[in-house]
Design a protein around this ligand. Structure first.
Ligand code: THG
Length: 260
């Protein structure tokens, strides 16, 4: 499974302080730990507190790539913050994220192509995050159509149907599972499906259990990548085990080690 380590995000106090004090070693430690834990990409999100978000993005990208070669996922809702990161990025990169509106996709897809970047596209539009299956699938279909129109490799497209906290609306998780299985039918080869898994357990008391259980059910429904807490070893082991059960990896007594 493709994992995106969520931890370099200004919403965490240590990262927020490190950005403010330009303390590179705090960021580099987190980058190394997530890389050792098996992250495919490292998410880079400056958060909302940074005084100059463009400067903070450039700095985070620079110090992270001094420490590790792991590809980065530049995470911002603002195009200019993404572009600031792209100016200094050296390795393979992912853009996180574009909204699923035709006009936004017409802007982000050529940018992604120019940088040979993977692109997360959110299944949301001007009206916000849809609360039902059909609207999410309609937006996902728009994303796939736009990807074909822009001549993008479907391997580079990651559709994120946006998972909401379980304590907000309990009908949503089952809807998400339905969306995962339907998105896989939109094209051949299909786009990747990803979610920000920790959103699911935000504000709850059983974060690790909720994330782990949702991840297994999501993988069974077709999810193949997630932005998640890669430092949660049980969560990573669960992801590997679920993929082995689906026969995406051959069983051996050391299948966990083999996957890592
Ligand atoms: N989709 C995409 N990108 C995203 C999200 C998404 N990027 C940001 C976010 N959502 C994913 N990242 C996180 C990171 C941390 C948490 C949730 C999502 C989190 N933090 C704890 C909390 O808020 O309770 C702890 C914070 C702290 O310790 O201060 O849950 O959905 N494409």
């Amino acid at each position: 499974m493709i994992t995106i380590g969520e931890r370099i995000n200004g919403m965490f106090r240590d990262v927020k302080n490190a950005i403010k004090d330009k303390n590179a070693s705090v960021i580099q430690e987190i980058a190394k730990k997530q890389t050792e834990a098996g992250a495919t990409y490292l998410d880079i999100n400056v958060g909302t507190a940074a005084a100059d978000q463009l400067d903070a993005m450039r700095w985070l990208v620079e110090v992270t790539q001094e420490a590790v070669k792991t590809p980065l996922a530049l995470d911002s809702q603002k195009l200019e913050v993404i572009k600031a990161g792209l100016e200094v990025v050296k390795n393979e990169v992912m853009i996180n994220s574009a909204q699923g509106e035709p006009e936004a996709l017409d802007e982000y897809m050529p940018l992604a192509k120019e940088h040979n970047a993977a692109l997360i596209c959110l299944a949301m539009n001007k009206a916000g995050v849809p609360q039902n299956v059909d609207t999410r699938i309609e937006i996902a279909a728009t994303i796939v159509e736009k990807a074909i129109e822009h001549g993008m490799d479907m391997e580079k497209i990651f559709i994120d149907p946006i998972i909401l906290p379980v304590n907000v609306d309990q009908k949503q998780p089952a809807y998400m599972l339905e969306v995962f299985s339907q998105v896989k039918l939109l094209s051949d080869p299909p786009p990747h499906i990803t979610v920000g898994l920790s959103n699911f357990s935000q504000g709850t008391k059983e974060k690790s259990l909720l994330n782990r259980t949702m991840l297994i059910m999501a993988i069974a429904a077709g999810l193949d990548t997630a932005l998640m807490d890669v430092l949660d070893k049980d969560l990573m082991d669960t992801a590997i085990c679920a993929e082995m059960i689906l026969n995406k990896q051959i069983y051996s007594d050391s299948f966990l080690k083999a996957a890592r």
